[in-house]
Design a protein around this ligand. Sequence first.
Ligand code: SF4
Ligand code: SF4
Length: 234
Amino acid sequence: MGVASAGDPLFPELKRVASPSHLLPDDLLAGAGAVVTFFLPFERSVGLSNISGDMASAEWATAYIETNELIRAVCAYMKGWLEAAGYRAAVTPPTHDFDDGALMSAWSHRHVAFVAGLGRFGLNNMLITEAGCCGRLGSFVTSLELEPDIRATAEACLYRHDGSCHRCVTRCVGDALFTDRFDRRACYDVCLRNERLHASLGAADVCGKCLVAVPCAFVDPVARRIAKNEPSRA
Ligand code: SF4
Ligand code: SF4
């Protein structure tokens, strides 16, 4: 879990780095005090199921759908709990709240979780938490003022740490991810193909091939390397 003060100066910056229409905590809840973010990692078997082939596995698509439901339930529970305690809260959907043209969310859980110190961005555009990046992020805003978490300054991505990895780029199945750019539309086209493939399961516009069989799938690989006293590969 990561907590940010609603007044954190990085929130206005999200209009520049994430999307010009990105919301501020106060836009979701007037008088916001804190933003709470959390990461629900997938079972390792789910990640392993998605390694082979160009299309997302049924297990991956199912985990995406079911985890989104779990995030909704967690947020609804916390909203009720906070309101019963005399505070207010606002929740946002875990996904599918983006602009179809710009493919940008009005509330990016990844960027908000970064502000709240939950992890650091990887070359694969995912947030690498201490439990890796295979999973889903959720967040809610509350009027309750909470002590914010401290953002780590150390990178969690090996490419950003010492340039020793770009495995996510080589795993990309959609010609979307490169070391110097990301083709959002090409990535989304792959996700829509998977959604059609798994239509019987629900709305699963996913891919995730750049999140599996990579060093950051289930751990923060930089923190692990440092903990093991392994030298930097720079
Ligand atoms: S696969 Fe390697 S380069 Fe890509 S995000 Fe993970 S650690 Fe960074
Ligand atoms: S989600 Fe799929 S298409 Fe998009 S960058 Fe990752 S591997 Fe490439």
